[in-house]
Design a protein around this ligand. Structure first.
Ligand SMILES: [Cu+2]
Length: 436
């Protein structure tokens, strides 16, 4: 910064012009660097889930049968998000035990409104009591609010852990001739427009408080020597107002009393208005519930993972699983779910059914085919998928190299069972790691 005189008026001379030029060059330099960074930043598409540690995804939850539809709507039209999430038995011991959770849409900002939400058939206004091993089937109705192309995921927020994200789908919201509206009927029978209700009052009332604050700041910074002439201020004793050099004068005291007075008057007006305008008031309430139990299916298979390898170059996971059929009919392994990704042992049509396309891949089972009653087979499951890399599902740099996965067995008569397995993962290829 330029040299400034301490108490007297600031003198403009050649050297202060030079300092000013220097400041401007610095400013332009910073703006230029910012412009270059902005111009070279690719659009951010993900929701940050790739940044989460792999164990936070694959050991905690598995999402399946997720559907987001329709994917093209106009403002004011609904989108349904349905599917299931299982809180896995392999929940990491380093995280708090899951007890309270909430299922919600994960979207980029308030671009939709959430109109309805059901968990295991019960209307879920807020959170619910959750537990390890629990299966939560959700149904959410969103309504398009802002035009754009939005990535929509279901997510489960677990108390003490954070939000764990399911697979996402792009939804295009076109503008509509009708303005967005979200009417709501209150218990009193009155219908309000929720999207604008009380908005102007909240805005102007907060603004009034803001204006008072700004008046106070400007009063003490724009004109007064308290801040601009710190060199003087620091030399005064702590309790010296120094009215003789114009630091804090009786007039300043008067104006500060006026600001305090106006603040108090605003508070009293606010309390009086709130009490007279809304004589019946309820505290904020929670409406938690225990969702109905959903079974993992009739017992069909005993499955034990006996190790897995992961090849980072080809993004290939190979897992060995020993499976024993414990029912009277043939069973088959149809799906493998890891976190938000589902891999299907079946043709393209079956894969398209399994969830948002970007999060579904093909599962290869060797030897394929039915497992007969009583038979034990050593299966090799192979999945090659870019999802492993983009979503960072497999731990290769972590102290604990485990993955949790859900196997779906089917018996051909609509019966199925979900079996959770845990396997260690050994990388087959090592990349050099340098400083970031
Ligand atoms: Cu996303």
């Amino acid at each position: 910064m330029g040299k400034r005189s301490v108490l007297g008026s600031e003198r403009v001379n050649a050297s202060s012009i030079l300092y000013l030029l220097e400041d401007m060059f610095t400013l332009f330099g910073v703006l230029f660097v910012l412009a270059v960074i902005v111009a070279n930043t690719p659009n951010a598409f993900a929701h940050g889930e790739a940044a989460d540690e792999p164990f936070l995804k694959n050991m905690t939850t598995a999402f399946f049968n997720v559907s987001v539809s329709p994917t093209e709507i106009e403002v004011g039209e609904p989108v349904k998000v349905t599917g299931s999430v299982k809180i896995l038995e392999t929940w990491p011991h380093t995280l708090e035990t899951p007890e309270i959770a909430s299922i919600m849409p994960v979207v980029p900002g308030p671009v939709f409104v959430l109109k309805e939400r059901f968990v295991n058939g019960t209307a879920a206004i807020g959170s619910f009591f959750a537990q390890k091993g629990g299966i939560y089937e959700f149904e959410m109705e969103l309504v398009g609010k802002e035009p754009g192309n939005w990535h929509v995921h279901p997510g489960i927020a677990v108390y003490g852990t954070g939000t764990l994200i399911g697979p996402g789908e792009w939804v295009t919201v076109e503008p509509s001739a009708e303005p967005f509206s979200f009417p709501l009927t209150l218990l009193s029978g009155e219908t309000i427009e929720l999207s604008t209700y009380g908005g102007a009052f909240v805005w102007w009332w907060s603004f009034a408080g803001f204006v008072l604050g700004v008046a106070w700041i400007l009063y003490w910074t724009a004109n007064k020597r308290t801040v601009t002439n710190l060199a003087v201020t620091v030399q005064l004793p702590v309790n010296d107002d120094a009215p003789d050099i114009g630091l804090i004068t009786p007039r300043d005291h008067m104006w500060m009393n006026v600001i305090v007075g106006v603040t108090l008057v605003m508070l009293v007006i606010g309390w009086t208005y709130a009490t007279s305008n809304a004589p019946v008031r309820w505290p904020q309430q929670t409406d938690w519930f225990t969702p109905e139990f959903i079974s993992s299916g009739e017992k069909m298979a005993e499955a034990q993972a006996s190790g897995a390898t992961y090849d980072e170059a080809s993004e290939t996971l190979e897992m060995k699983v020993q499976v024993t059929n414990v029912v009277e009919s043939d069973i088959e392994l149809k799906q493998l779910t890891i976190a938000m990704a589902t891999f299907v042992n079946g043709p393209e049509a079956e894969q398209a059914q399994a969830g948002p396309r970007d999060f579904v891949g093909r599962l290869e089972v060797q030897p394929d085919g039915p497992i007969t009653p009583g038979e034990t087979k050593e299966l090799t499951l192979t999945v090659s998928s870019a999802i492993f890399g983009t979503e960072r599902l497999i731990p290769t740099q972590a102290p604990q190299q485990f993955i949790g996965a859900v196997l779906r067995f089917e018996n051909g008569n609509e019966g199925h069972e979900l079996v959770t397995v845990r396997s260690n993962v050994v990388p087959t290829q090592f990349r050099s790691t340098y400083l970031p």
